[in-house]
Design a protein around this ligand. Sequence first.
Ligand code: LLP
Length: 433
Amino acid sequence: MEKIIKNNTLYFDGCDTVELAKRYGTPLYVMSETAIVEKCKEVRDTFLNKYERTRAAYAAKAFLTLSMCKIIEREGLCLDVVSGGELYTAIKANFPAEKIEFNGNNKSQGEIELAVDYQIGRIIVDGLDELKLIESICEEKGKTINILYRITPGVKSDSHDYIVTGKKDSKFGIPLDDEVIYPAIEQAIKSPYVNFMGFHFHVGSQLHNNESHLKALDIALKLIRETKEKYNYVTPELNIGGGFGVNYTEEDSKKPYAYFLDPMMEKINNFSKEINITRPEVVIEPGRSIVAEAGLTLYTVGTIKDIKGIRKYVSVDGGMTDNIRPALYQAKYEGLAANKANDTKTDVVTICGKCCESGDILIRDAKVTELKRGDIFAVFTTGAYGYTMASNYNKNPLPATVLVKEGKSELIVKRQSYDHMIENEIIPESLSL
Ligand code: LLP
């Protein structure tokens, strides 16, 4: 495993985390290249190499930097982006255009233009209205583009309400009412500007149960059948999204990719035989499962407040600005004092951040050794949706990110400076004193 304890110190992918904190400062995101690579390998071994005509598009929203684009390209995955900024990052990293897929419920004209100019592999379209925008852009530029439709399968999956996306009452996807979906399909098939590749769904995130994936799949397959029957058109591709859960704490029960994908592939294979079509190319979009466990965050302990008989607050030098997940989803994490990793855990404390917000709590009731100002505290499994959801609240600069591998560390994101935070700010003439 990437995490071990040596000389009472936490090591991550061969690196002494206390040394990392000293060298790069805190708060610090630490990403293990070995762990990311292992996950990509698991995707290849249990999906890409096991089933032909399959692709895996890493969901960039979980963790994206220029270096991450390089790792994903090297490991043979495609990239799923959801904004002009993510697309721009991929372009700047020279990520192969045809391996980029563009999701999102409200892509702007400028974002679509960027995608069409770069000739990316797929746009996952959220509705007829977006299709029309794409058509007009392609017409003007004399280009065509591959598209899929994201459907709202109308299934409810078992996760925090903010991260379930497949239910009918959702801002994502096209609802499957006949008068909505069929005109959209017809238009996409007829359009000279787009190649209609098929359907996409994504049911939710951090799932440990394959039920909603399987239910959504049935609905998508029905749509493939109906598209064939109604329009004599066989959609060549099916994107079944991401959502595969990870272990944050002992309460989680992570499942291997195969638990989700094998029964889905079996269903798709059987279905294709039954209606006598070539099995569509199947695409997945894992985000969290590739990077969550590959990351940890290092903090320095500051103020400690022991409210007798109530609670002991241990403040660290980051918080909701670098990890909003506990505040936003009541997400649970585990951590450890990196510089006294083997010391007996005699204390129960609340690890809180430094923001002016009572909800700025990283871990409630953490069992820890007795902590002191200056200790280095590591919070585990922060590799997904930490850096990408970070903010400058209270004008706290974004942490640095360091990539570690077998004892070596390299900076991949510099710590933001105060100057960087205010560089876009302007004092207009009217306010100059
Ligand atoms: N594909 C689509 C279309 C998505 O909307 C998402 C996530 C993914 C793939 C990747 O899902 P994953 O494999 O990472 O579960 N910020 C939240 C998670 C939001 C996920 C949104 N969509 C969190 O921190 O839990």
